[in-house]
Write a protein that binds this ligand. Sequence first.
Ligand SMILES: CC(C)(COP(=O)(O)OP(=O)(O)OC[C@H]1O[C@@H](n2cnc3c(N)ncnc32)[C@H](O)[C@@H]1OP(=O)(O)O)[C@@H](O)C(=O)NCCC(=O)NCCS
Length: 225
Amino acid sequence: MGLLAQISRLLLGPAAEIEAQAAAQRAQLLTLPAIVPIGPGTITLRRLQRGDGDAILEFARALAPHDLLFLRRDITQPDQVDDWINEIEEGYAISVGAFDAVGLAGYATVSRDHMTWTAHVAELRVLAATRMRGKGLGWLLTEQAFAIAREMGIRKMMAQMTTDQVAAVAVFKRMGFEPEAVLRNQVLDRDGRLHDLQIMSLDVDAFRAKVNLARASVESHLLET
Ligand SMILES: CC(C)(COP(=O)(O)OP(=O)(O)OC[C@H]1O[C@@H](n2cnc3c(N)ncnc32)[C@H](O)[C@@H]1OP(=O)(O)O)[C@@H](O)C(=O)NCCC(=O)NCCS
């Protein structure tokens, strides 16, 4: 958290955090392909498509198996990657890949349910290559995933991760997501170990109401002083 954010947090309390989350949600959807500075270099952001299968497999196989546990499918396997590409082509998922000189460095996916009753809900999934972590790529991809979901008119956004993925929890909290549920022993890894799954969510209308309330309370506080 920057110095300015810390000072406003002290002065305005939780309202400052809500305001920072609202600001984070306003990131613009980039016109793709786009070249974006990350760390000392740049990455190219573009939609993932058929033909990216080998790059995806190479990316996934270089990750710690634990980083893949929140995914619905095992993307180290070619048939599972094919299923993902099919989902993109059928319009149920939008995936933005970040490419550098090495290959695929990360991606964000916004995935929508096939069910009519949950058509207003989308799941956001973000994954960064280990070599790229801590440089702002995860945040950039999360902002873009959020902007895509907003553009699609999604009203409830979800993200899931194992409870020990502190970076993922921090990124989504900063965006305004809140913990909604923990599913105990929901994930079984390849070594037979069980993990809890954290579900985080953001209700777009409820969040907007929260922002308005926070602004009104700050205004009345300023009028009183
Ligand atoms: C979550 C993930 C995408 C973040 O990628 P990243 O490129 O390292 O993230 P960034 O460099 O953009 O950091 C964004 C913020 O995350 C937080 N963060 C990053 N690493 C962190 C860590 N190890 N511990 C705590 N917070 C951390 C920081 O708050 C940082 O904000 P800052 O810029 O104010 O410091 C990456 O860790 C990842 O792929 N994790 C495994 C997969 C996963 O769990 N995905 C989420 C499920 S949707």
